[in-house]
Design a protein around this ligand. Sequence first.
Ligand SMILES: Nc1nc2c(c(=O)[nH]1)N[C@H]1C(S)=C(S)[C@@H](COP(=O)(O)O)O[C@H]1N2
Ligand SMILES: [Mo]
Length: 299
Amino acid sequence: MTIGNPAPAAWASRVVEVTDPERERRAAAQAGLVINGAEPLNCEVPVSLLGSEVTPTDRFYRRNHFPIPVLDAAAWRLSVSGLVDRALSLSLPELTQLPAQTMEVTLECAGNARRMYQPPAPGEPWGFGAVSTAEWTGVPLTEVLRRAGLQPGAQEIIFGGADRGTIDGAPHPIHFERSLPVAGVAESDALLAYAMNGQPLPPRHGYPLRLIVPGWYAVASVKWLSSIRVTDEPFGGFFQTERYMYERGSGTVVREPVRLQQVRALITRPGAGQNWPAVAAWSSAGRPGQVRRRSSGSR
Ligand SMILES: Nc1nc2c(c(=O)[nH]1)N[C@H]1C(S)=C(S)[C@@H](COP(=O)(O)O)O[C@H]1N2
Ligand SMILES: [Mo]
């Protein structure tokens, strides 16, 4: 982990290209990704390409629930509101002037390997490739929370993405939103990331800002982050309570939201017809705030 600001102030004036779904799909196909769904684009890394420590950005898997929003960073602000002493509205240049941190974090979709489930589970038919690693740079979440000041009674922090769409025939579109409990957030190493592998975050991965929650399933790492709301009650949003839940037992089914990544390892080589040994593995080891990721690259 390195501390230091890579001085990306000029990034704020970067022109954001319109994300054309067909162009996105073609770019993913050209990078060798396996496309599971084109609109919104969901694509994974073929097993043959897994195994390097850091995934090149163009090969990073992509999971979208809604169309990719096109945000003008000059107009964009991160709002911080709710149970705070000072509500904030932060521009990208303001965020990039705060103390910065860089860390390597593996994101894995909680639905990764769903195709192997028996009986079959509903949802995106992921093989093993909904997992990738990048070096993320941004402001520690705690820096921003400290500036806002959490009030007594603050319990839950809700992170709102700018993307939105209609779910299951509901009458109104909803935004992608997820929460983290206040308890433990200081130790979570969560990052408000504006750079990925040393470059400004690409639109498809959350430009201009995304949350990165090391060790948690990637659903917690909200892209296109626009709002942070602090509340005194548990969050009941769609992607918090209706999706990304474990369901255990028969008869009385116990439902529980996914949080920390479970340990998982995968032999990526030898592939069919090959016989040299190499392994890629990752896990969070379930220790919040301590182990961020472990990945042994192919050897
Ligand atoms: N705003 C927003 N954030 C989001 C999502 C989304 O659809 N919208 N998908 C989540 C899920 S389920 C995953 S697995 C990761 C995927 O991140 P990536 O597309 O950068 O790989 O983003 C998470 N953050
Ligand atoms: Mo996911």
